[in-house]
Ligand binder design. Sequence first.
Ligand SMILES: [Zn+2]
Ligand SMILES: [Zn+2]
Length: 390
Amino acid sequence: MSEFIKAAKSLEKVLIAERRDFHRHPEVGYNEIRTSGIVAQLLDELGMQVQDGVGKTGVVGLLSGQHAGPTVLLRFDMDALPIQEENDVEYVSQNNGVMHACGHDGHVAIGMCVARMLAAHSDNLKGSIKFVFQPAEEGGAGAAAMIRDGVLLDPTPDYVYGMHLWNERPVGWVGATDGNMMAGSCSWQCTIVGNGGHAAAPQHTNDPAVAAAQIVMGLQTVVSRNLPPADAVVVSVTQIHCGDTHNVIPNEASLAGTLRYFSASAYETVTNSVTRIAEDIASAMGCSANVSFSTGYRPVSNNLDAARLVREQAQYVPEVNIVSNEERTAVSEDFSEFMVDIPGCYFFVGSSNSERGLAYPHHHPKFDIDEQSLTIGAAMMAGIASQHVL
Ligand SMILES: [Zn+2]
Ligand SMILES: [Zn+2]
C-alpha cells in the first residue's frame, strides 16, 4: 500500500489537472464522448486491451498479468448533471447548464491515476484488472447498459470495487460499511380516474382531486404502519397533477414519487402497501387508481470480507484519520448492478472541507471538493486491487 500512497502523491499534479479538465468539460449521461475518448486513449497507451462503446459511451480497459489469478473490476462513473454551476473557480464548467456536481470528474481522474499506477506493475500481476469507466450513473442505468454489453464477461470478475467522493464527510474520512450501505430506489406513478364535471355541481362527479389528496395522506402510513420500526424505508410524493382551470372538476389526477429501501422484503411490503392504499382509497371515493413502479437501482450491499479489506487499506493512508463501518444513506447507486452475483465493496472517500468553503452537498450548484481526497481515493483503489493480484 505504501508504494501506491507515494505513487499517488507523485501523480497528484496530473490527477488534479485532469480532474479540473473534466470539471471544465462536463457531459451528461450517454453523452460522455470527450471524457470517454480521453480515457480510452490513456488505457490504450498503457497497453491495455480497450473496448469503447460499452453501454453506449462506456470504456473498459483490461490489464492482464503474466501469471494466472483472479480478475478485479474497478468502476469509475463519468457523467455530469443538468445543473448550472455557480462556483467562481478557474476550472468552472464551460458547458452551459451542465455541471460535475456529484464528483464524477474526480472519479474519472482517479481511475486514470489508478490505471497508470497499476499498469506500472503489469509484469508482476497475478490475474487481471478490469478498469470500467461507466456512463449515466445519474438515473440513466449505465451499469445495466454496460452489463448488457458484456462488461461482466471475458473474463468474469471475481471481485468488484467502486468508490464515491463524499461531501457528507470531511477529507480524511473513509467509510466502508458491512452489508447494506446505500438504499435501493424506484420511482412510482399513480393515475386516478374519476368522473369530472361542473365545479359548482360536485354531486354529479367523482372528484379525483379529493381522492388524490387522501391518497397522499394515506401513503404517509406505508412506513409507519406496515414496516418494522428498524427498517429504513422512504416513501415520498414528489408530483401532484390535476386539472387545468378553476371551475371544472377534472376526470383525472396523477401522483408520482420515489421509494427507498434496503431489503427485498421491505421492497415487496412497500410496493404492495402503496398499491393497496391507492386503489382502495380511490375506490372508496368512487374513483379508480392505477399504480406502477419503474425499475430502479438495487441496494448497495457490501460483502463483509471486501468491506474489511477496504477498511484495512484505509488504515495505511496517512491522510486518513477516521475509518467508518457505520455510514448508511438513502441515496442510491447503480454500482449495485455489478454486485448482484459478485462479492465486492462500494466505499466513500470524504471530500468536504468546511473551513475552505468546500462543503456543499452533492447535486448543489456550488458543489466542489477538497482535492486532497483525489490522492486518497487513488491510493485506496490501487491498494485494494493490489491485495488481490500483486
Ligand atoms: Zn449524484
Ligand atoms: Zn454520484
